[in-house]
Design a protein around this ligand. Structure first.
Ligand SMILES: Nc1nc(=O)c2c([nH]1)NC[C@@H]1CN(c3ccc(C(=O)N[C@@H](CCC(=O)O)C(=O)O)cc3)C=[N+]21
Length: 300
């Protein structure tokens, strides 16, 4: 077959998260402009507790992307020794502030803080991470409200690449609340046949080999090798792992061995430049949605 021959020689097609994310951000900027034209300035408040260097970088990137899309952005930086009560008092204040449309509490929180309690405290209408139990329940009831950003980004990448979901066998590697479970729910809602693999699955490679759509979200560098992948499958790599290199510089790798996946898959996302940029784009999209919903929707 012509397509198979082309795949043998050229490898999988790359799903370019960077350019898809840029397109989504452009559409969000348009929605924000429409709100501003109606006299509404949508606002995002980001809460960062402690000084984890990776979290600092992510929060800076979110702030910059949101500002460029036209949002009012405030980042609240709290010390690592902030108490549960202080953090919840800030959430209460942001919940009560009518100018705040989206609240994002950067996770993980430092040791000793109860992130479940903080997430439960959020106004579900402002929960742009889609992690409040109310939004989680809506997702599994096929009436999604605010959907977790990384899973939403995965679906967006499939849709914008013209990859059919309905009727496909999908395997999700990982069962976290932030990624694995919500991706499984979204794929199921789109009529895929979904299997979730995890650390206690006896032969994950064999299960993954059945997948027409494979989502890797376990945080284990290059766990998924070429022989885990069915020829022609679509592979979404959610992992972002920093690994040591001989020169000491370090580099980012996903949960998938990219070269081996590229040689076998039909479509594959790179790391970096794949799912990561989509996460931020979908955060902006959720914030625009929250603003439109909260402030009386006529468009956007
Ligand atoms: N409440 C909460 N919501 C989150 O959505 C959330 C969070 N907490 N905590 C941390 C994780 C991580 N995360 C990323 C976002 C963007 C990239 C991203 O843009 N990555 C780029 C560059 C990565 C780099 O160079 O470091 C890429 O993959 O190309 C990565 C990771 C959101 N998270």
């Amino acid at each position: 077959m012509v397509t198979e021959h082309a795949m043998d020689t050229e490898g999988a097609r790359i799903i370019d998260g960077k350019s898809i994310a840029a397109a989504v951000r452009g559409e969000v900027a348009q929605r924000v402009a429409e709100l501003v034209a109606r006299g509404i300035q949508p606002g995002l408040d980001v809460v960062l507790v402690g000084d984890d260097p990776a979290s600092q970088v992510y929060v800076r990137n979110k702030d910059r992307a949101a500002t460029r899309a036209g949002f009012r952005v405030r980042t609240h930086r709290l010390s690592a020794v902030t108490s549960q009560a202080e953090l919840e008092a800030l959430v209460d204040r942001l919940n009560a502030d009518d100018e705040v449309d989206g609240i994002l509490v950067q996770l993980p929180l430092p040791r000793g803080l109860d992130s479940d309690a903080v997430v439960r405290r959020l106004d579900p209408a402002k929960d742009v991470d889609g992690l409040h139990p109310f939004n989680v329940a809506r997702l599994w009831m096929d009436r999604p409200g605010l959907v977790p950003c990384t899973p939403a980004g995965c679906i967006e990448m499939l849709d914008r690449s013209g990859i059919e979901i309905a009727g496909k066998r999908a395997v999700v590697l990982g069962r976290s609340l932030l990624v694995g479970k919500p991706i499984a729910a979204l794929l199921l809602a789109r009529n895929a046949t979904v299997t979730i693999c995890h650390s206690r699955t006896p032969d994950p490679a064999a299960v993954c080999r059945e997948a027409q759509i494979l989502v890797a979200a376990v945080g284990r560098p290059e766990l998924v090798r070429g022989d885990w992948i069915a020829p022609g499958a679509t592979v979404l790599d959610v992992g972002i792992n920093r690994v040591e290199t001989a020169d000491g510089a370090g580099r980012l790798v996903g949960d998938v061995h990219f070269e081996e996946a590229h040689a076998r898959a039909g479509w594959v996302t790179p790391v970096p430049g794949g799912v990561g940029p989509m996460t931020i784009a979908m955060l902006l999209s959720n914030t625009a949605t929250a603003a439109a919903n909260r402030r009386g929707r006529t468009s956007a």
